[in-house]
Ligand binder design. Structure first.
Ligand code: MG
Length: 271
């Protein structure tokens, strides 16, 4: 009996080894650079590789920033739209905002502001908590182009977040559109636009259309007559896929054994 158990164990062990030997890990062979280490910061903080556009103390990075009121780490829109002194193209943008706690007005007149990417493409800011307006103009809409997939608004006065991923449009030298812009928006952590293809620059009076502009343009935050509060605004750039070095096309080949002229060895269709 004991012998039979031992034999059974042996078979299991050998079987297990055989199974283990059949598992071959796939490796692409691509030689990747190490992704840079960044400090993501504490919850609600700023990543170490971000450009801070409002740190709670100063709106110096903005034209017209002096017209807004800054109190206790919060900037309140007043007097004019602010325009970033620095220009940006593709980016990740984080903005925190709160529409007025004291509800006044209705429709577009209630807590209206907006994030203008490249000074042209507006992600609407509005108090859309129990406040009906046209859907492609409510909070989170790409204004007059596309409503948000859901209304993820918090109550008036409560802090909300926008996390925006933007791919800028490209234009040919003759001014025609080479590739459209795309925007992805998370509102309070909820995905409300997923790589939406922009139809063109925001307009109140006519259909959106593209007009050629530079690769980098300022960001604007709209003043629309309502005291909307903002805090913790930062942006990240240069978010491009890492480039790896291609592996040798023949698995397990050793470079020192390769003939110098590969064209003589590998038929063209096999490369
Ligand atoms: Mg607006």
């Amino acid at each position: 009996m004991r012998k039979a158990i031992s034999v059974a164990l042996l078979i299991l062990l050998v079987g297990g080894t055989l199974v283990a030997m059949q598992v071959v890990e796939y490796k692409s062979g691509i030689i990747w650079p190490e992704p840079p280490v960044i400090d993501p910061g504490p919850q609600g903080g700023v990543p170490s590789d971000a450009i801070v556009l409002f740190d709670g103390k100063s709106l110096d990075p903005w034209e017209n920033g002096e017209k807004w009121k800054i109190e206790e780490g919060v900037a309140t829109s007043a007097g004019a739209t602010i325009t970033s002194k620095q220009k940006f193209g593709d980016c990740q943008l984080h903005v925190e905002f709160a529409t007025p706690a004291e509800v006044k007005g209705s429709g577009q007149g209630r807590g209206n502001s907006g994030i203008y990417l490249m000074s042209r493409y507006e992600v609407q800011v509005l108090d859309s908590y129990d406040n009906t307006t046209y859907f492609d103009g409510q909070c989170g809409a790409i204004y007059k182009e596309q409503p948000p997939t859901v209304n993820a608004c918090r109550k008036p006065g409560e802090w909300q977040t926008y996390d925006i991923v933007f791919n800028a449009p490209r234009f040919n030298e003759d001014g025609t559109l080479q590739s459209p812009g795309y925007v992805t928006v998370l509102h309070n952590g909820i995905l409300i636009h997923n790589h939406f293809e922009l139809l063109g620059a925001t307009s109140y009076t006519e259909p959106a259309k593209y007009a050629a502009h530079a690769e980098r343009e300022p960001i604007q935050i709209q003043f629309h007559g309502n005291p909307v509060r903002f805090r913790n605004i930062w942006i990240r750039e240069n978010i491009k896929p890492l480039m790896g070095l291609s592996p040798d096309p023949r698995p397990n080949s050793v470079e020192t054994k390769l003939p110098k002229n590969l064209d003589e060895v590998i038929p063209k269709n096999d490369k």
